[in-house]
Structure formats: C-alpha cells, structure tokens
Design a protein around this ligand. Structure first.
Ligand code: BGC
Length: 773
C-alpha cells in the first residue's frame, strides 16, 4: 500500500507546538475538533486533494471561462506567510498519491487533528479502481456488474440488494469508503448518453431500485453518493446547461426518486450535479440542497460536488454543498476569502465540516478496517451472471422461437451467430461508470459453454474480423471503449451458414457514455445502412429456408426499432450485462432462465414522439438552456395521456410462459391502501411476473394530469406452471399527492382515483376506484 505523502502546513506545526492536547477526530467530540481548526484547515477539509488540476472546458455557453491555475494566483500564493503559507503548503499536497490507486478522489489529511482521508470511488456498475499498480504487486480487478438500466429492468428490489451487497463488499475489501453511486437521473429522452447508468423514465421505479441499491452497498459499512442531484438529464453542455422547469415537474418527476431513496435508505452522501436548475448551479442551489433536501426530506448526510463543478466555492458552502471534489485551488481561495470578507458565515463552513466528519466516523478508514484487497470475485461473478438474466426483456417471441431448446433438434442445436457484438459484447458504458474487470464473456463463448454448437466457419470469420478491427483501435480507457464495426455479409456467406445451422442469432450493439449524448442519426439512434442490410439479408435468407432469426440488442438504452421490428422472429433486449454477459445471455436463450425483465422506459414508434424531443438538448437554438416544456408529461405519462401509439409500452416484457391476473382487492389500512392481486402461471414453464400499480388522479382545473402514474410494483417468485401467488402493492396516502403550484406545497386533490393493476402501462388487467374527499 502506498503511503500518502503528507506535508504539514506551517500553521499546523505552530499550533501543534503550543497546544498540549489537540482534539482528535474519532476520539474527541466533533465540536471540539472543529473548535481547534484554523480557517485554512477547515477550508482544506472541505476541498478535495486534486487542487492543481483545471476545470474541463465543456461549459455551457455564457458561463464564465475558468482559466487554468494562473500565474497571478501562483505569485500570490508564493508571498503567503503563516496561515497563508499553510495554504500554500496545502496546494503542494495536490501531488499526494491516492490511498487507493485509480479511485476518484479523497480528502486532505490533517494528522494534527487525527483526520485521515477517506476514499471515494466510482460506481455505479461496480467499483472503479486501477487494476494494476506501479509500485505494488498483485491485481486489483473488480466485478463488472450489470449497468443501472439493466438492474432497473429487473424490477426486482431483492435482486438489486443482492448485487449491491456483493458490490459493496468489493468497496470495503479494496479499501474505499464511499461508492459514487447510484445514479438515478430520469430518462427524459432516449438520447441521454448516460441513460445506461440511470434507471428509468419513472421516478418511483428509479427511487425504489435506488433504495435497494443503497441498502445493499451500505450493509457493508461503506457509504454511497446518490447522484446527480438534480435534473441532470443530458451530457451536452453538462457543465452548466440550465434546466428550466416548473416546481411541479421538479418535485413530481425529477426529485421524486431522490426523495424516495433519501427517506427509505438514508444514503451517507449525495452528489450535486453540474447543471443549473432554474438559473442556479445545482452545487450552489440553496433551494435544492438545503430547503428541499435537508429541511423538507430530513437528509442527514453530506453533499459533495460532481467532479470539478465549481463557480464559487463560498457560494457552494453557503448553499449546503459541503464537500468540493476533487477540489480546486479557487474553491479554497473562495472559501477563505469569503469568511474573511464576511460574505460566507463561518458557522456554515463549520456545519459542512461537521456533516462530513459525522459520515467519516462511520467509514471503514475510521474503524481501521484491515481490508484484504481480495474480495471473492468468483462468488460475485455468479451474482452478476444471474442478475443480468433478470433484467433481460423479451420484446418479441413469435411462435415460441425462444428458448432455443424448443427448436426441432433440441439436443444438438446449431446456431449461425451474426453480428460483431456477438463476438465482443459491450458489457458496460464508457466514462466513470466503466469498471476495470479482468475478463468478459462474449456470446459465442457463452453459447459454447452452454453446449450450443456454432457454425464454426461463420464464427471464425466473425472473430477474426472482430479481433482485427479491435486491434486497430486504442485500448479501452476512461472515455473510450473500442467497438468493432459491423462486418459486411455476402448472400453466399449467409446461405452457407444457414445451411449448416438450425437458427440464426444476430446481435446489434451501441456504445454510449459520459461526456456526450446520442444523436438521432444512422449508426446511433437509427440503424446504420450496413446493420439494416445485414439484418434484412439474414432474415430473408433464413425465412426462405424455413429457419428463424433472433435479434439481440446489446446496449444500455434503446434504438429506433420500429422499421425492422417485423423482420426477426424474436427480439431480446439484453442491455449491458456486466462481465458474465455471454453466459447470462446463453442462460436466457437456452431457457435455463426464463426472462422476466420489463422495460423501464417507453419504446416510441419514432424519436420525435418523445415529449422532450423539441427541447433536447437545447431550446430555441441556444445551448445554454433546455426548457422542460413537457412538464410532468415524461415518458409513458405523455404517451398514455395523449393516446400515442408506441412500439413497446413502459413496463412491457414477455416471458416463455403466460400469466393470469385475478382477484384484485383494495383494503384501506390506516393511512395506506393495500392492493392485492393473484398472479397465476398459466403456461408450461416456470417464470416470474412483474405487476404494476398505476393511479389515475382526478382531473383538476389548470392541471395537466397524466392518465396514469406508477405508484407501486412487485415481482412474483419463480412460479411453477399452474402455481399462483398473491402480490401486495401498497400505496401510502402521500403517494397520491400532487404538487400544488399555487400553494407551493403537496396536496391531495379530492375526487375519484383509479387504481389500476397492470402488466405494463398499456395493459391494465383490473381496476378499482377509490374516492378521497
Ligand atoms: C461524473 C460522476 C463521477 C465523477 C468521479 C464525474 O465526471 O459525472 O458521475 O462520479 O466524475 O469520477
């Protein structure tokens, strides 16, 4: 383990020599420690250690351009004496090596006060640290678990808890304290580059999955940082784009998931986002960080900035943003000068220090946890293999094309495997959410592991091509994950492969990641000409000889599928499923696991049908802001209210079996409504079903009221053929509330509320009405 280079500031040394006993964090009361701190130490404590670096340039138009660390500032620092000299020394510590190599950031150490740095690392699909270290033997690989959208598509809170219990164990065993996850921003548009990390277009699904995620991680005695708070729904101009929206859309859609997660799961920390919300940067937004988060929801942890988000460090502290990560010298300057010139009340700074210290004392570092650097990666591989299957969504399965074993040659099935992605699956997105895993299983390997034969001639052509294409590209790094382009197919090649095979499988993939949004262009949201040509060719040749085609989608988001939806016989949305994805896919394709995922977003007929399309990523041709004109009508709220036809509705997903919904009952239990429904497996194989409870609120003058809003959901256990299970879906009275703009508060409208039990947003199975006076 590397020992951090610690340089004691001069002021610190002076203070040490004239104090008999300096209060120590962890031993003495926090308030005593704070009382013993100099202003510079407090400022150093709330600003991370990376102070020499510069702010990245992608700021929204109109935002001040931040100069790199300037000569003027350097000169100023050079003249500092005493406490100011300490300030200078602090800057020198920006060269300190992190305790855990490759982690995202850590605190400044203040040994005089017993303050040890705690370590923050990404998230969210697993722990992100350097897998090998220059000065330390051994390997430090982490498990790449399924991405956020895959977890959300499972609609399975128990599974999510199981995944994150394993993930949190890696955080603990590799010596980190806080995982920078989960990320739960709303899928306002299918084009957001980070949707793969995020969960859903619906805040209840996002909030419940996040709660489970947080509980699993924190059960290990390490913390999370729930992010990005808030309204961070795009990557274009993310460092400052102004999200302009109504207070109602803010409360009901964009904050609701955070509210659920904060109230149910008590995250240790929250990360504010880069963007502005109604004109004020999220990290300087008192309304968000203090009035709502703390005063209203009772959040007891601390808030940190997203990396390099800064305009004014003193304003961030005053707004309730306690920690500035990874820290810039300007933020130190702002805070110290702010207190000195009276524009920042030192009590607020003390409060930030206090909040951070409280969390620190819960961290493994403060319990001197002897981490092993050897988590049980084999056990975690099993967890991720199963988890990825749980999120896969079967979109189409004509004439029981899947599972493969129902094909004629059951024991000896042979597959013609098309698509470069089949030979190099994309198991996670790029950016801070990418995990340094030590392997990934491709689909050809997964199928072979499952005993499925491949047409070897085709497989060899594809793997050689894929390897050669990948070799031309830079190695995987933070921003880029190499993707092999599609391989042109000839008619003869396809015919030959099909002649040797029982069925064709083709995988199409899309990479996306932090720092950029997707576009409605060919090869991105739209299929490329080559993808289209290959798919058409394989489908027509296969059908001509009476063979079927399965299309697998390997992406953290969706693409324009409507133009080709009729071509293949089956379509499986497999998302990005973590390092075991090839095995997980084989489990589903062969029927070892019956798919039970459902869509966490609506799949529209075309991009322009999404209600945000006109205002994404900007409004009025001005990239500095995006008007959320659609208000609360996001995703299915828009489609169901307007009656717009969709390709696949929110909450949709097929199974290899069928289910019947029966006996819906509503019981009032104190302040809550308990809705029960009995689900029966009416097919021939075991399976699981997700039931959803939507509420249609009464109409109220002047209010855009969505036709339905998800309020609860539940997933059955594995039901054998003929087996039934009663599910309970609970709605609390407050879940029925609406944000009343005129009063600026939540209120419950009187009238009739429709309670709908549904298999998806467009398939209501039973409904009852309750009246609220
Ligand atoms: C991302 C965060 C991440 C942080 C630290 C930022 O660029 O937006 O999600 O946690 O970096 O890596």
């Amino acid at each position: 383990m590397r020992t951090p280079l610690l340089i004691l500031p001069l002021a610190t040394m002076l203070a040490t020599s004239c104090t008999t006993k300096t209060p120590q964090l962890g031993t003495d009361p926090i308030d005593d420690v704070i009382a013993a701190m100099t202003l510079e130490e407090k400022a150093a404590f709330v600003v991370g250690t990376e102070r020499m670096k510069v702010t990245p340039p992608d700021r929204a138009p109109g935002m001040p351009v931040r100069e790199p660390f300037s000569d003027e500032l350097k000169a100023k620092l050079a003249q500092c004496k005493d406490s100011a000299e300490a300030y200078d020394m602090m800057i020198a510590t920006s060269l300190v090596q992190g305790k855990v190599a490759g982690s995202a950031g850590q605190h400044y150490a203040l040994p005089r006060l017993g303050i040890e740095p705690i370590v923050y690392a990404d998230g969210p699909a697993g722990l992100r640290i350097d897998p090998v270290r220059k000065d330390e033997p051994g390997e430090f690989y982490c498990t790449a678990f399924p991405v956020g959208a895959t977890l959300a598509a499972s609609w399975d809170v128990d599974l999510v808890k199981e995944v994150t219990t394993a993930m949190g164990n890696e955080v603990l065993e590799y010596g980190a304290d806080v995982l920078l996850a989960p990320a739960i921003n709303i899928h306002r548009t299918p084009l957001c580059g980070r949707n793969f990390e995020y969960y859903s277009e619906d805040p209840v699904l996002a909030g419940k999955i996040a709660s489970a995620y947080i509980q699993g991680i924190q059960s290990n005695g390490v913390g999370v940082s729930l992010k990005h708070f808030a309204v961070n729904n795009q990557e274009t101009c993310r460092n400052g784009v102004d999200a302009r929206l109504s207070e109602r859309a803010l409360r009901e859609i964009y904050l609701k998931g955070f509210e659920i997660a904060v109230k149910e799961a008590d995250p240790w920390t929250i990360m504010s986002s880069y963007n502005k919300v109604n004109g004020t940067l999220a990290s300087e937004n008192h309304h968000l960080l203090t009035e709502i988060l703390r005063d209203d929801w009772g959040f007891g942890g601390f808030v940190m900035t997203d990396w390099w988000a800064e305009e004014n460090g003193a304003r961030q502290i005053a707004a309730g943003n306690d920690l500035q990560m990874p820290g810039t010298v300007r933020q130190l300057d702002d805070i110290i000068n702010g207190v000195k010139d009276g524009s920042l009340d030192e009590k607020l700074l003390d409060e930030s220090v206090r909040r951070i210290m409280k969390v620190m004392l819960r961290c493994p570092t403060y319990h001197h946890y002897a981490y092993s650097n050897q988590p049980d990666l084999e056990a975690h591989a099993k967890v991720t293999r199963q988890a990825a299957t749980d999120g896969m969504v079967l979109l189409k399965n004509d004439a029981k094309t899947l599972p493969l074993k129902s094909q004629p040659s059951t024991l000896n099935i042979k597959v013609a495997l098309f698509g470069t992605a089949s030979y190099d699956l994309l198991v996670g997105g790029s950016g801070s959410g990418n995990v340094n895993r030590n392997y990934k299983v491709s689909l050809d390997e997964g199928l072979k592991n499952a005993g499925v034969q491949l047409d070897e001639t085709l497989a060899k052509t594809y793997s050689d091509y894929t390897d050669a294409e990948l070799a031309k590209q830079p190695k995987e790094n933070f921003w880029t994950i190499p993707v092999a382009p599609e391989m042109p197919l000839s008619k003869q090649q396809v015919k030959a492969a099909l002649a040797q095979s029982d069925i064709a499988i083709m995988t199409l993939s899309r990479m996306a990641g932090e720092g950029g949004d997707r576009k409605e262009v060919k090869g991105d949201y739209l299929l490329s000409d080559l993808e289209l040509a290959n798919l058409r060719l394989v489908c027509s040749e296969a059908h001509a000889v009476g063979k079927k085609v399965v299309l697998i989608l390997n992406m953290g988001n969706i693409i324009d599928l409507a133009p080709v939806v009729d071509l293949p016989d089956a379509i499986l949305h497999a998302w990005m499923g973590g390092q075991e994805m090839g095995n997980s896919l084989a489990d589903v394709l062969t029927g070892k696991v019956n798919p039970s995922g459902k869509l966490p977003m609506t799949w529209a007929m075309k991009y322009s049908d999404y209600s945000s399309a006109k205002n994404f990523p900007e409004s009025d041709g001005d990239a500095s802001y995006a008007r959320y004109e659609e208000d609360v009508m996001v995703g299915y709220r828009h489609f169901t209210t307007q009656g717009i036809k969709v390709l696949y509705p929110f909450g949709y997903g097929l199974s290899y079996t069928t289910f019947e919904y029966d006996d819906m009952q509503v019981k009032k239990q104190g302040d809550a409504y308990e809705v029960t429904v009995t689900i029966k497996n009416t097919g021939n194989v075991a399976g699981r079903e997700v039931a959803q409870l939507y509420v249609g609120k009464p109409k109220a003058e002047g209010y855009l009221m969505p036709a339905q809003e998800l309020k609860a959901f539940a997933k059955t256990s594995l039901l054998q053929p003929g087996e039934s299970q009663q599910l309970t879906l609970t709605i609390k009275r407050e879940d029925l509330s609406t944000w009343i703009e005129d009063n600026n508060e939540w209120g419950i409208l009187s009238g009739e509320y429709r309670l709908m039990v549904a298999a998806n947003a467009n398939d209501v199975k039973a409904e009852k009405t309750i009246t609220i006076k």
